[in-house]
Write a protein that binds this ligand. Sequence first.
Ligand code: PGA
Length: 254
Amino acid sequence: MDKERRLIIAGNWKMNKTVAEALDLVNGIKREVASVKEVDIVVCPPFTALSEVSKAILNSNLRLGAQNMNENGYGAFTGEIAAGMLKEFSVRYVILGHSERRQCQKETDQLISKKALAAHGASLKPIVCVGETLAERDGGLTEKVLDTQVRGSLAGLSKAQMEETIIAYEPVWAIGTGKTATAAQAQEAHAFIRRLVGKLFDQNIARRARIQYGGSVKPSNARELMGLPDVDGALVGGASLDDRSFGEIVRNSI
Ligand code: PGA
């Protein structure tokens, strides 16, 4: 694969796994991917397992991500988690604006951009999620939706911050449904997002920007998806809860 961008594959464990289960899973993943050097591999457990998973991956090729954070620093925000708290566990990445949060927590592009800025303020790399619903795709609105979400969620980022930002294209209709975007649909959306990053920042940044695909990624489709010219990794939900599947996805991507 002659991509100048290094692949980044992240497992989004969502609201799953007790601490004991998380340790079983991460130890299994460690074994599965022990020999992989070509890919950045990230696990994103729930907050409650960050501490133990962080210790378990010391001196390994796995990196730690969180699934969300608050846009403010410390203070009176009951139930929220600040970037500085994530840093305590050597978290390096944070998923922002996942479609489940856009839907259930009503997160807006404006809020997501505030979170992205706060993440950068703490030297965390945001994984900013965008993607259209089925109704939007069927209505011919995919590019319009992606345009709005990318512009809004990345608003205010400096060029230097954009260099440290990852975008995840996750068509909502492909998340947890077993339906994957076809190679053509994924490539088209990724190329569109990259062109937009070029317009909003500059061509060099666009060329280097890493754009993950997410939505029912599994061992059987990882090779084709990761081989697409503008796909630079994956954000994996369901299949990241099984060490063998996640390991196979990573190995099949090389
Ligand atoms: P999925 O989830 O792989 O289960 O479709 C992807 C995601 O929500 O990030």
